[in-house]
Design a protein around this ligand. Structure first.
Ligand SMILES: Cc1cc2nc3c(=O)[nH]c(=O)nc-3n(C[C@H](O)[C@H](O)[C@H](O)COP(=O)(O)OP(=O)(O)OC[C@H]3O[C@@H](n4cnc5c(N)ncnc54)[C@H](O)[C@@H]3O)c2cc1C
Length: 459
């Protein structure tokens, strides 16, 4: 592969340095970290390209089509499913230099920014003008706008303000053939299926997202907190459903199961058994007070009020469980850790929880919380953690995932609420999408006939 040609095509924008290649070998997929711990050599990209303009990306795509070389779009590299993992001879396309804000429209409440911008770069600029995106994945500090769109990410305030698909208004994408697709900036349109939405969750397989326009909100006037404990998870879920179905959507609603509750409460010295419910309200003062009053009345019927402290503590420490902590745990011999995020409708939500827990708890310690809620249902975020002999770690890791995914599909849940598919969930994607998988595969062939965009991921 004549990768060295790229030095003349994109002078100063290409790196062959070992440290760069290592960094771009993949993301934070725990299985990759386990393989690294066991001393397995990762496949490295042949080079890392850092485009500064759309024309740079077009040049690279033209070259890749000619040479039939794979390109892997790379945002923050915070994915946890192997979406950026190198499988064959590839170039890593690092988009971090495309990180400018092009427009902040204070009349129409939107921001237009380049896809490589990191969470804090975008949010700080908005805050300075009195605005916020209200999108806070736990990986906020290390993930990019383009990555959020490509994985259909969800942030901590999703119950109140929606996930990335609710925020996105328009996109600019460089297609595999080098053409530029710019979708129209409009609050809504009925000119056929939405091409903006097509790229949400496309995981770098259909085009390179270079720019996005998202709606923004004013910074809240008021923020308030409330916590409860419930002896019974059914009663807690039923209370949450009742609140949301009254059309009251607090910014944050998080319900921890008993094991997760003990983890959460042990840190703050609050003694309570059962299932912890954390609520955060934000917005105009009167709205916050009204929402809090209704929630308090409703949850006091079956739950025990714990005041502000647990919810406030969660808010203040909401980014503590970060990539560093995760990689530190996974660096210890014999340790296993990963998270599984699924979702379903209210009528099956508790069943999904009990069935998935039952499927894996004989293998490993499992804790869970419900953290993204809708009028129609919610998501469950399982964390599994444990240890075994080092030579059995991968086998056990794969077995836990197999059992969890089969149980999820059996109950009718979706195998991913917000982390995406990558390499991790490819094995089950056809079972979930059925005929839809054929349609997406055809689309991929049509849009990227040489298969240069992130091949063998997702599709
Ligand atoms: C500690 C931790 C906490 C996390 N918490 C959350 C959470 O709360 N919510 C959540 O949704 N996720 C969470 N994640 C997962 C991850 O952060 C998200 O999937 C995030 O959206 C990935 O963004 P990124 O910029 O790092 O993308 P990357 O990891 O770089 O890439 C992800 C995928 O998108 C593609 N891609 C990236 N940029 C582009 C682009 N511009 N154009 C086309 N394709 C592109 C890549 O090829 C890859 O397939 C967490 C991860 C960690 C490690």
């Amino acid at each position: 592969m004549p990768v060295f040609d790229l030095r003349t095509l994109l002078p100063g924008k290409i790196s062959f340095e070992e440290k760069d290649l290592m960094f771009h070998a993949g993301d934070l997929w725990p299985r990759k970290l386990l393989l690294q711990r066991q001393g397995q050599k990762l496949k490295l990209p042949k080079a890392v390209v850092r485009p500064e303009t759309i024309e740079d990306i077009q040049t690279l795509l033209a070259w890749a089509n000619k040479e039939k070389v794979a390109l892997i779009p790379y945002g923050g590299g915070s994915g946890v499913c192997g979406g950026t993992q190198v499988l064959n001879d590839s170039i890593s396309l690092d988009l971090r230099k495309l990180n400018h804000i092009q427009e902040m429209n204070e009349e129409s409440f939107y921001v237009r920014a380049q896809a490589g911008i990191l969470g804090p770069e975008l949010e700080n600029a908005l805050n300075q003008k009195g605005f916020t995106l209200n999108h806070f994945p736990a990986s906020f500090a290390i993930s990019t706008l383009g990555g959020w769109i490509s994985t259909r990410a969800a942030g901590q305030l999703s119950t109140g303000f929606g996930s990335i698909e609710d925020m996105l208004l328009a996109l600019t994408v460089v297609l595999a053939n080098g053409k530029i697709l710019e979708t129209k900036l409009t609050p809504r349109s009925s000119t056929g299926p939405s091409l903006t939405q097509l790229f949400l969750g496309s995981e770098g397989t259909l085009g390179v997202i270079v720019e996005a326009t998202c709606q923004i909100h004013r910074l809240p006037q008021e923020r308030d907190f409330l916590s409860f404990s419930f002896q019974n998870i059914s009663e807690a879920l039923s209370g949450i459903r009742t609140l949301l179905q009254k059309n009251i959507f607090p910014a944050v609603v998080r319900l921890y199961d008993e094991v997760d509750t003990q983890m959460a409460l042990s840190e703050i010295g609050v003694e309570a058994s059962g299932n912890l419910l954390v609520l955060v309200f934000q917005g105009e003062k009167e709205m916050v007070e009204a929402q809090k009053t209704v929630a308090k009345k409703l949850f006091s019927q079956k739950g025990k009020e714990l005041g502000e402290k647990p919810a406030r503590h969660w808010w203040e420490h909401r980014f503590d469980l970060n990539d560093k902590k995760m990689t530190q745990i996974l660096s210890q011999e014999g340790m296993l850790l990963d998270t599984i995020e699924v979702a379903t409708t209210w009528d099956r939500l508790e069943l999904l929880y009990t069935e998935m827990k039952k499927a894996i708890e004989s293998e490993i310690t499992v804790l869970a919380h419900f953290s993204h809620f809708y009028l129609t249902g919610g998501s469950i975020y399982f964390t599994f953690v444990g240890s075994t002999e080092e030579n059995k770690v991968l086998e056990k890791y794969d077995r836990v995932w197999d059992k969890a995914m089969e149980a999820c599909l059996k109950v009718g849940g979706t195998i991913s609420h917000h982390h995406g598919v990558g390499l991790l969930k490819k094995k089950w994607i056809q079972k979930e999408l059925k005929e839809g998988w054929e349609i997406l595969s055809q689309l991929k062939k049509e849009m990227d006939p040489n298969g240069i965009l992130n091949p063998r991921k997702l599709l």
